[in-house]
Design a protein around this ligand. Structure first.
Ligand SMILES: C[S@@+](CC[C@H](N)C(=O)[O-])C[C@H]1O[C@@H](n2cnc3c(N)ncnc32)[C@H](O)[C@@H]1O
Length: 194
């Protein structure tokens, strides 16, 4: 069953052992340059990446267009707000919006945008993660991925970060990225837009 929680489960392991601002996600969004990053997670999903970024001090706006995933995420954020302690402080830095990022991004003057769609071939890597397989069953394959990236590139004032499986092909119709951050399983393609 698809579940979303910030008070139990794998996210707490990631919070505890994730190497803080030294982890690749933090490097990709550019924490080095600004300790108080404001980040738009344009593909919120279960909110795990957003939660990690918020735990590092960022204010994160999450956008999700699937009603079912949005409802799960909204409930998990509400539950975590009531939980108290550090978890509540973290989710208080998360602001969830419902809708399609392609429509919303041009209206919110984003600085840094994170994109992690279901588009890529996840057979060997991220599909191993059961929860992402279940998300895919709900949302499908995000076939408008390229369109979303182009909207993000046209609107981010600082950078766009695309999270992909490490060996995913670079898309032909997207211009080359500024740099990449490579992990064992995940790759971040960073487009500096300043
Ligand atoms: C791979 S999941 C994201 C996982 C997320 N990074 C996490 O840590 O839980 C992709 C999510 O993005 C959402 N999505 C894809 N394209 C979108 C768009 N244009 N606007 C809003 N949400 C979108 C999908 O509905 C899906 O829930």
């Amino acid at each position: 069953m698809l579940k979303c929680s910030f008070i139990e489960g794998p996210i707490l392991h990631r919070l505890k052992y994730g190497k803080g601002r030294g982890q690749n996600l933090a490097k990709a969004v550019g924490f080095k340059f600004n300790k108080n990053r404001t980040i738009i997670d344009a593909t919120a999903g279960l909110g795990y990446d957003a939660f990690i970024l918020a735990s590092l001090g960022a204010n994160v706006t999450l956008i999700e267009r699937s009603e079912k995933i949005y409802d799960l995420l909204k409930a998990a954020i509400s539950e975590a707000k009531l939980y108290g302690g550090e978890i509540s402080k973290i989710v208080n830095r998360m602001n969830l919006l419902f809708g399609d990022s392609k429509d919303i991004l041009p209206n919110i003057a984003p600085e840094v945008i994170l994109i992690d769609t279901m588009y890529k071939d996840r057979k060997k890597s991220a599909l191993v993660k059961n929860d992402m397989r279940l998300v895919r069953e709900v949302v499908g394959s995000d076939s408008d991925h390229v369109e979303l990236i182009n909207v993000a590139l046209n609107n981010a004032s600082k950078r766009v970060v695309i999270k992909q499986p490490r060996y995913a092909e670079t898309l032909d119709n997207i211009k080359g990225c500024s740099h990449q951050i490579l992990g064992k399983i995940i790759r971040y393609d960073v487009y500096v837009t300043i």
